[in-house]
Design a protein around this ligand. Structure first.
Ligand SMILES: CC(C)(C)[C@H](NC(=O)Nc1cc(F)cc(F)c1)C(=O)N(CC(=O)NO)CC1CCCC1
Ligand SMILES: [Zn+2]
Length: 187
C-alpha cells in the first residue's frame, strides 16, 4: 500500500514533467495503481490509520507524485456535514480534462499546500470557481462531471500535477494575497 515514503517531494524533476496519456482501457496494473491511490487518501483521512502510518490527511493525489508520469489522479473529498459519511467526490480519473470553466475564479481562503511540498507557501491560489471535466474510469468508460467550490479546487490542483504545475506557481509574487474583483474566496 502507498505511504508517505512513496510520495516524491519538490526538487524531483518528475513533478515538473507533462505526464503521458493512459491508453484506454487501463491495464490491470494501472487499475491497481488507481485503487491504491484512492486507498491512500481514505487511509490518510482515517485518524487511526493516519496516526499508525504517519500519513498527512490527503484529499487528492496525482500519479506523478508517486514518480509515475501518467495522467491519472485520485480524489476523495469528504462531505462538510459531519452527519454525512458520503464523500462529495471519491473517484479515480484517467486522462482528466477540463472541457469548460466558469468566468468566475475562486481560491481557498487559507491558501493551498501539497503532499509533495514540505513547507508552507502563503498566498492565494486563484483557480476556476467551476469546471466541467471529462475523464475515463478504471473500465475505460468516459464520464463528464461539473464540479464547484472545494472539489473543483482539488481536481484543478491534481490536474496541474499532470502538467508539471505546482500550486505556488499561481501565487502572485509581488503580493501573494492580492485578489482581483469578483474572485470567490472559499473558506
Ligand atoms: C497537502 C494537504 C494539506 C495534505 C492537502 N489536504 C488538505 O488541504 N486538507 C484536507 C485533508 C483531509 F484529509 C481532508 C480534507 F477535507 C481536507 C492535500 O491533501 N492536498 C492534495 C495534494 O497535495 N495533492 O497533490 C492539497 C490540497 C490543496 C488544495 C486542493 C488539494
Ligand atoms: Zn499537490
Amino acid at each position: 500500500m502507498i505511504t508517505m515514503d512513496d510520495i516524491i517531494r519538490e526538487g524531483n524533476p518528475t513533478l515538473r514533467e507533462v505526464a503521458k496519456e493512459v491508453p484506454m482501457p487501463p491495464t490491470t496494473e494501472e487499475k491497481k495503481l488507481g485503487e491504491e491511490m484512492l486507498e491512500f487518501l481514505k487511509n490518510s483521512q482515517d485518524p487511526i490509520k493516519a496516526e499508525e502510518m504517519h500519513l498527512r490527511g490527503g484529499v487528492g493525489l496525482a500519479a506523478p507524485q508517486l514518480n509515475i508520469s501518467k495522467r491519472l489522479i485520485a480524489v476523495h473529498v469528504p462531505s462538510n456535514d459531519p452527519e454525512n459519511d458520503t464523500p462529495v467526490i471519491s473517484t479515480v480519473m484517467f486522462n482528466p480534462k477540463i472541457l469548460s470553466h466558469s468566468v468566475q475564479d475562486a481560491c481557498l481562503g487559507e491558501g493551498e499546500g501539497c503532499l509533495s511540498v514540505d513547507r508552507e507557501v502563503p498566498g492565494y491560489v486563484v483557480r476556476h470557481a467551476r469546471v466541467t471535466v471529462s475523464y475515463y474510469d478504471e473500465n475505460g468508460v468516459k464520464h463528464k462531471r461539473r464540479l464547484k467550490n472545494y472539489e473543483a479546487i482539488v481536481v484543478q490542483h491534481e490536474i496541474d500535477h499532470l502538467n508539471g504545475v505546482m500550486f505556488y506557481d499561481h501565487i502572485n509574487e509581488e503580493n501573494p494575497f492580492s485578489l482581483k474583483e469578483g474572485v470567490l474566496v472559499i473558506e
